[in-house]
Write a protein that binds this ligand. Structure first.
Ligand SMILES: Nc1nc2c(c(=O)[nH]1)N[C@H]1C(S)=C(S)[C@@H](COP(=O)(O)OP(=O)(O)OC[C@H]3O[C@@H](n4cnc5c(N)ncnc54)[C@H](O)[C@@H]3O)O[C@H]1N2
Ligand code: MOO
Length: 628
């Protein structure tokens, strides 16, 4: 067979999928399954009733079955007396209507006289309280159309309509071949260089969700012939085959060559990030898709390329809801490709706010946290904060509406709060938080800003940025900042004065960071000359970077939070408490999410959980201070 490989380096995803489907020409097949097993499957043909429901005339109420003409003229003053067995029989709801009778009287309207006689004081009309044959379903009537996903409610009607077997689309078998010598099945491995095959499990879940049958095999080592043999075998057992990783340009990236050798590559290289190196191939008329290895890339590429093909087979419809949101933080992107970003969402003042979630293509947690996927089109170089972005929802909208939007400085307590209520939190630093509050794009802004002239936290900044007033601070936690030193504090560092002693190498935080401002405040208060501090100009960006520098012996000391020191088995000397508070509009304090937030901050559970992290105080958590 002549191979027709189209190698296109940077093709639009929409075009790629059209070309691919066109080449595949999938013809979904159907099978007959017992009704009990059909829930969630999609009908291949319309289903018509095989019997009527009810299939006999039946009583619609508990009472007595009568001949309506016998009751003619009955009234309060002239009740009609009826004899059991001759003029009436007792019936329960659903009982058949006996020959000769034509009306049911509810038991509540029947006056029992004893000795098998009853009185009624209201006439009954023909077919009163009788369900006719076919009242619900008439034989030959269509119960559900073709291409319809069978719901629980449908199952009931189908059973009532006499259906035992149903013709549905076959579930496509989706083979999953994880590749890479470093990839192992074990979830508990702690061996350096081994990576747990987490992607396959995610793929299997997605395959089931979209109506397929996953078939996973153990990870295959990066050996060309071995991989080729596995792929060849698995293609025959599958309708669609996924080969994971080995899609890019590494020396062991064999996927493309193997697909080419066994079949053809239709597309390699798509103008979408993540997911750029996806390979769309065909072997023996089967779809064979090479998905990139990074978890986020593989998820996005699965959704973009495998899902539509899978749905072609299973007949399911799974279109995500698309909404427009306001972006809370600028995103950059290249004109070379469309960019799909993970966002968290929340509604503030009736506006849907999308906040980009940071993390590279390897960050599975960013997907777990995401409420949606934002689309940055190819023709733009990014989207400005405050501009609109299209978002595909990953969660129901009502869940998103209940979310507290918090934009500002990050702290570990945000994770605790995020576990106790729905919080969408973006980390933009304290000043970023203030800006988002000014634009009314967040419910609260966590801030910790030290006023270097007074040593007081937050208040003066709120007054400065909101001269019109109307602002309050919800007290959060006090965070102890101090010196991160090696175990045992060998150089006996106790105060900022020690930093200029001459025998000490210091590491600093970047200018603008809260920790740096705190250090400079103490340095100037103590009158220490920064020129005399060895390492004052050496800047790191995070608390953990500082701790790492001390741990590795590159520095004797740095300023940071206690938990960073303890995380690396280092010691900690307290310097000062920072006030980490939540800025809020005073008139929004009665909003449901904010009331709940305050309640949580005040709760014993919150305080207990914070107490488990070293270096925090929660004495004033949840207290509301009106600023101006
Ligand atoms: N020189 C270039 N390098 C890379 C390019 C490129 O264009 N030129 N593209 C980059 C992009 S974008 C992506 S995405 C990745 C795709 O890599 P591969 O598909 O070749 O995958 P590997 O390199 O084998 O693995 C990457 C990474 O993925 C993780 N992984 C792999 N399999 C699994 C699994 N089953 N479960 C969980 N995680 C898995 C693993 O951490 C690997 O380290 O290539 C870039 N490079
Ligand atoms: O395309 Mo890769 O999938 O950007 O991360």
């Amino acid at each position: 067979m002549k191979k027709r490989n189209v190698y296109i380096d940077n093709i639009e995803d929409e075009l790629a999928i059209i070309m691919y489907r066109d080449r595949l020409r999938i013809e979904s097949q159907s099978e007959s399954v017992p009704l009990e097993e059909s829930h969630g499957r999609v009908t291949a043909v319309a289903v018509y009733a095989k019997k009527s429901s009810p299939h006999y005339n039946s009583a619609a109420m508990d009472g007595i079955l009568v001949r309506s003409k016998d009751t003619e003229g009955a009234s309060e003053v002239r009740p009609v007396e009826l004899k059991e067995g001759e003029d009436f029989v007792y019936v329960n709801t659903g009982n058949p209507i006996l020959e000769g009778f034509d009306s049911v009287i509810m038991i509540e309207d029947v006056i029992e006289c004893g000795d098998g006689r009853v009185k009624i004081n209201k006439s009954s009309h023909p077919w009163q309280y009788i369900r006719n044959i076919g009242e619900d379903i008439v034989v030959t009537e269509m119960i559900i159309p073709s291409n319809h996903e069978i719901r629980a409610i449908d199952l009931g009607a189908l059973a009532a309509g006499g259906i035992e077997e149903i013709e549905v689309y076959k579930k496509p078998v989706v083979g999953i071949v994880p590749t890479g010598s470093e990839i192992v099945k074990s979830a508990t491995t702690d061996i350096e260089g081994e990576i747990t095959d987490s992607n396959s499990l995610m793929f299997a879940g997605l395959v089931r969700e979209y109506g397929g049958e996953p078939h996973r095999i153990d990870p295959v080592r990066d050996e060309y012939e071995l991989l080729k043999e596995k792929i060849s075998t698995e293609v025959d057992r599958s309708d669609i085959l996924i080969i994971n990783a080995g899609s890019s340009a590494g020396t062991k990236d064999y996927t493309k060559s193997i697909i080419e050798e066994l079949g053809e590559v239709v597309v390699h290289g798509i103008a979408v990030k993540p997911g750029k190196p996806t390979i769309l191939g065909i072997i023996r008329n089967k779809a064979v898709v090479g998905l990139p290895g990074y978890p986020v890339s593989s998820y996005i590429a699965f959704e973009t390329f495998v899902k539509p093909i899978l749905l072609d087979y299973s007949g399911k419809r799974k279109k995500p809801s698309q909404v427009e949101a306001i972006l809370s933080k600028r995103v950059y992107s290249s004109l070379k490709h469309k960019e799909l970003i993970r966002v968290s969402l929340g509604v503030v003042n009736g506006k849907l706010i999308a906040t980009p979630i940071s993390g590279g293509a390897g960050a599975t947690m960013s997907l777990v946290k995401a409420d949606g996927i934002g689309i940055v089109p190819r023709e733009v170089e990014g989207i400005e904060s405050g501009d609109k972005i299209s978002v595909q929802l990953l969660k129901p909208y009502d869940e998103i509406e209940d979310t507290l939007v918090s934009i500002g400085s990050h702290d570990m307590v945000m994770d605790i709060l995020g576990d106790m209520m729905r919080v969408s939190s973006a980390h933009t630093g304290s000043l970023g938080g203030i800006i988002s509050m000014k634009k009314k794009e967040s419910h609260v802004a966590p801030i910790h800003l030290l006023d270097e002239s007074t040593g007081e936290y937050n208040i003066s900044y709120v007054k400065k940025y909101f001269p019109g007033g109307g602002m309050s601070l919800i007290k959060g936690v006090q965070r102890v900042q101090g010196f991160i030193v090696p175990k045992g504090n060998p150089k006996q560092i106790q105060s900022v004065k020690d930093l200029s002693r001459g025998d000490i190498v210091f590491v600093n935080r970047q200018r603008g960071s809260g920790t740096r401002i705190l250090l400079d405040y103490h340095i100037s208060r103590e009158g220490v000359d920064t020129e005399a501090i060895d390492g004052y100009d050496l800047e790191y960006n995070t608390h953990m970077d500082i701790a790492q520098a001390v741990k590795s012996g590159n520095a004797d000391v740095g300023l940071g939070i206690a938990s960073a020191a303890y995380a690396l088995g280092l010691d900690f000397v307290e310097l000062a408490d920072e006030e980490y508070d939540f800025l809020v509009y005073t008139d929004s304090l009665k909003e449901a999410e904010i009331e709940k937030f305050i309640e949580i901050l005040r709760s014993e559970e919150f305080k207990k959980r914070v107490a488990e992290i070293p270096g925090y105080k929660t004495d004033r958590a949840g207290e509301v201070v009106e600023v101006n």
